[in-house]
Structure formats: C-alpha cells, structure tokens
Write a protein that binds this ligand. Sequence first.
Ligand code: ADP
Ligand code: MG
Length: 629
Amino acid sequence: MSENAAAKTHSFQTEVKQLLHLMIHSLYSNKEVFLRELISNGSDACDRLRFAALTDEGLMEAGENLRLRVTFDKKEKTITVNDNGVGMSHDEVVQNIGTIARSGTRQFLDALSGDTANDANLIGQFGVGFYSVFLVAEKVELTTRRAGDPASAGVRWSSDGGGEYLIETVELADRGTTITLHLRDEDKEFVEDFRIRGIVSKYSDHISLPIEMHPQGEDTKEEWEAINSGSALWSRPKNEITVEEYERFYTTLSYDSEAPLATLHNRVEGTLEYTSLFFIPKKAPFDLWDREQRHGINLYVRRIFIMDDAKYLMPSFLRFVRGVVDASDLPLNVSREFLQNNKDIDRIRAASVKKVLSELTRLAAKEPEAYAAFWKEFGKVLKEGMVEDHDNRTVLSDLLRFSSTRSKDLEQTQSLAGYFKRMPMKQKAIYYITADSHNAASTSPHLEIFRKNDVEVLLLSDPVDEWLVSSLNEYKDKPLKSVAKGALDLDDFASPEDKKASEQKEKDLSELTERMQSVLEGKVKSVRVSLRLTDSPACLVADEADLGGNLERILAAMGQNAPDAKPIMEINPDHPLIRQLDPEHARLGDWTQVLFDQAALSEGAPLPEPAAYVQRVNDLLTRAALAGD
Ligand code: ADP
Ligand code: MG
C-alpha cells in the first residue's frame, strides 16, 4: 500500500498507543470479545443508517436489507466482518479510530485492575471497543464508505497496532464497513466455523440485525444464512425468555460483567401500546457522575432502533437504569424535539418511573440486604429525585436511607420510617445535621444535647443532602429540622425547671455576651447562651431562614455566589473556659476570637486567618504554662 501516493501514515495519540500496547501484550483472557465488539459496531452502524434514511431515502442506495456478514480464511488466518450500515468518511475514520483518543480511553486505562479476565470485558464499556481487534490480530485492515457518498470517497485504514496507522482514499462500490483481521499465529484458534458461531450466539443472539455466514463458513458460492436468532428479545413473551437470555441481553446493553439486580419486563396495552424492558444494575457504571454520560434507555419504534440516549424516557435520578422502550404508536421519524414535548413519551416516562420505584420499594421491604447494597451504589443519585420529582416524593422518601446517631457505622441504613417509629410521641421534629463529611457530622458539638437526651439525629454528609432536606420539609407530618439552625425547641429536652435555669443564665451572662458580640462585630449576628452544648465551650448556629455554613461552602465550591449570612455564636455557660471569663477579663478579645475560630473549625469551616489563630492560641498557652499549669 505504501506505493499509493495518497497513502499517509499517522501516529496514534499517546493514550491510544498505551491502550494498544496493553491489548497486544497484557490482556490475554477473554480475547473473544473482539468479535462481540465488531458485531456491536456493525449493528450500531446499521441502526444509524436506518434512522438517517427515515428522513433521507437516498442513503439506502441499492440494497435495503441491512445485515452483517462474517467470513474467514483458514489458510490466510483472517476473519472478516462486513456491514452495509452507515459507514465512515475519511474524517470520521480519523476521529473515531485514528488520531484522536476517545474520551473513554484515559478512563479505561485508569480503570484497569490487573484482573485481566475482567479488564477485557471493560473494553466495550469505555467506548474503545474497536481496538479490541488487537487482542488477536497482528494486522487490521478497514475499508469503509459513508452511505450517500460517491464510490471515490472510500477509505482504507490499516495498522499493526504499533504506534501508527496508514490511511488512504480508495474506490468502494458498496457503502458500509469491512474489517479484516490477520490473526496472530497463537490466536488462530478463532478461525474456526464452530468457534465463530459459538461466540456470535453467545454475545449477539438477541441483536435484531441478521448476522450471516456461509453454511460451510468459508467463502463459498453458497447462499448466506443468518446465524443469530435475530428476534428482539423484548418482543418475545416473558414466559419464554430464560434468565440467562435476559442476562446476556443486559450484558450487551451495559457491558456489566455482573448480572442485574432486577429485571422489569412489561407490555402495556390500551390506547398507548409499548413494551419496556428495564434493568437495575448491581454496580454503578464508571460514568455515573459524568455530565456527558451518553447511555440511556434505547428507544425503538416497532423494533426499529431510534436512539440510544433517550433521556426523555428516564429522569436523571434514575440514570443508572438500562433498557429498552419499544413504542408501537410513535411515528418512525421522531426527532429529539418531538420527544421532548410529546404527551405519549411523558406518559411512558411517568409509568416507567413508577415501575422502577415500585420495584425498589419491593426490594427494600423484601430483600433489605440487596436494597442496602443498591443504596450504597446509587443512593446519592436516587436522592436527587427528592428535588427533581415532586410527584413521587412520598414513595421516594420511604426509599431514602441515612446514617444516624443510632447507626453503628457510617453506612446509610436508617429509613425515615424507622426513625419515625423510634421517636417518642412528644418529639416534635425529625432532627438532622449536615456537614461535609460523616466524621464532621457525627462529632459536631451541635449533637451534644441530643446525645445527652438520647434524641436521634440523622447525619447527612452527601452534598446532595442539602438540597434533599430543603425539599423534604416533613415526613408523616413531622417537620425535618436542622440541629444547627435556629433556636432549639426545649420542650423536646428540658423540664420547666431547666428552662427557668437557662433563662436565668442568659440574664446573668448578658453583659459578657454583649462584649463578645462587639469583639466579633462583622463576623456574627449575635452571641447568646447555648442550650445545645454540654461538652464544648462554643458553637455556631445559623438563623432559621439562612442556608447554613455547610450549604454556603458547597455553593462557594461550585463557584456560585452564596449569600454570606453571619452565624450566631452560642456559648456554653457551664464550660470552665466560659466560666473563667467575665466582661472585664483582660484577654477577653483573644479568648473570644479563639472560641469563635474553634467553633468554626469544629463544623468543618476553613479559618480565614489560620496564622492569627495559631498565634492567639500559643499566646494563651504560653500564659497558662508560665502560670505553672
Ligand atoms: P463505541 O462503539 O463504544 O463508540 P468503538 O471503539 O467500538 O466505540 O467504536 C468507535 C467508533 O468508531 C464508533 O462510535 C463509530 O463511530 C465508529 N465505528 C466503529 N465501527 C464502525 C462501523 N462498522 N461502521 C461505522 N462506524 C464505525
Ligand atoms: Mg463499539
């Protein structure tokens, strides 16, 4: 090929080189996935052509029947996969399998665990499936022409998986893509009729595109025969589908090597007819938190693939659900805009959400351990539903799990229903604290009075929790209340005598709190005597209507302008550090600043002037040391 004047050698990008090196030298087991990847790409290419041709009939050219063909040559040790799908232009080849690393390349390299059996399985998940050809091939040739382009716009690409590939323009009569693998000697076992059929049926049986081979396998003059059963799995009756078939289908949708946690297959009849097949995974995919995450529910119309990122079919807080919706009554040429404002799609989505949530509710009730494992993987995502989905708030609130002061470890296992059941009749609110880590939440001074009185507090430390509590105002008529906001309702804790005593202390210390307040001018709204503290000298409290320190810090970290509301400092009148202070104390200024900074530190806030804090503490310590303490 090098004598062709138009042929050009290009270098793979560094990360792709690393990836190829790995394919060739490290991933030994499960090499057969190369065929799964090629078939999956060919099937995608046919799906994309079918969809594009709905609005541009010319694209189909001659030959309506989309199919994929596999041939091999034992003597030459080659396997060839050909599809008559959408094909690629020169630039698309460079984009997709050439110079530019795909977004998943780095993530794939990072995700490798060294467990080679599993690593080969990850290939498809990260959008780097094509390169798996180098698991078995010492040389790969790809020719392709984009549907609708002239024959002269064909492209030939070839590489031996080293650092470079060759690309040139060629004449190609047929649209679509042909990939020929020259197998390495040690991998020639794959050039075997039964082997290829076995792999195809294992991974690709449910693919609705016919996958054809010659009866004798090798390129004879015989008719082609379809070797996959080719029926869309979801269109078959439920009772005829085995668990293994569902699982295999799930694997090809998700590339998850584990079986799904739950499978939901439903046919809905009536005015709006559709079939849905949903899977709830056991493990979160690597891109669960990726904004660009492209997987969604695949939308089909009467078994014709329409699109695979149909966000309209599942809300963002259920983005981990995988599966298919096949609707009978939608027009074939639906556009994204159409889907966005379509009543039928809205109804399908609402029903799908209900299905998934009721399955989760069932799991939570019947298989609490499985649900706990689910929550660990997806709890943070599900919590978003409290904000996103007002209609399902009640169902969702029963699915929530939290850590609490009653938990033995950091696991989020307490339900609101459980809290509600445990709380004494007279308790007026469900209490929670938010902080940026579980540790900061569970050691907060705000909890002291609650611990002393054995009142349970939910410990919230996921960023989304702040939004969650702002939209979950109450549960079964009990308001949710932050232990770090507003004044405490003493009725939950104290006897009338205690209340009197604390009012008296408030009076006795009024001069001191006024002095301290003027020291902290501009930093606090006020200084007052605390009812919350038993062990700590001071803490910071937000006003009922303010956001609170934790949320302000989250917003600031997100680059948003949080209103800079001043906290209230509360002091513990019974703490020795407070008791030794009086309004005339010579170092009242230093003491007040140090108490304020410590209160901020204990709620996880960074100090604006750490050096000044250290200086003051050291001064006070030096005095104590010199006094012989
Ligand atoms: P993925 O399929 O997850 O996108 P791959 O590495 O398997 O990742 O393929 C990379 C890209 O190359 C595909 O997204 C597609 O654009 C293109 N491609 C691969 N094979 C074909 C094919 N047979 N026909 C058309 N395009 C293809
Ligand atoms: Mg692929």
